[in-house]
Design a protein around this ligand. Structure first.
Ligand code: COA
Length: 107
């Protein structure tokens, strides 16, 4: 484990079916969710929500941020349900020039 990094995985039948990771920036009071994913056959079972909640908890920061592609509506629904609010836009952030939406949750 790297200091300042939280890494979590969801396991079923000894196989990794989901993961999440976050960077902890204590001087800024900020946690950044850097990645989250669940294998397609296991989606819509609350696994990402549980990983996200655990990652927020383990980071222990008062503010959590993340960014998501403008077109990724399923992930945006997840973050909305988890209490994230719009906090900015990074225009043409991704390699293919799609915008990143920055979302924030105050805990
Ligand atoms: C986004 C992702 C992580 C969601 O994983 P998941 O385990 O299916 O999510 P959950 O079951 O915990 O969903 C929690 C809530 O998010 C929302 N949600 C999740 N997937 C959704 C979808 N396809 N359409 C609409 N809402 C969705 C719903 O509100 C859902 O609650 P509900 O099932 O009670 O309606 C998954 O689809 C994935 O791995 N996608 C590819 C990787 C990715 O986009 N990662 C995010 C990058 S920012």
């Amino acid at each position: 484990m790297f200091p300042g990094v939280v890494r979590l995985k969801a396991v079923a039948s000894e196989k990794m079916i989901g993961f999440a990771a976050g960077d902890v920036r204590p001087r800024e009071g900020l946690g950044w969710i850097t990645t989250i994913g669940v294998l397609p056959p296991f989606r819509r079972n609350g696994i990402a929500y549980a990983l996200l909640s655990s990652c927020e908890e383990e980071m222990g920061m008062p503010v959590v941020r993340l960014c998501v592609r403008r077109s990724n509506l399923s992930a945006q629904q997840l973050y909305l349900k988890a209490g994230y609010k719009p906090a900015g836009v990074w225009e043409r952030y991704y390699n293919d020039h799609e915008d990143a939406l920055v979302l924030q949750k105050d805990r």
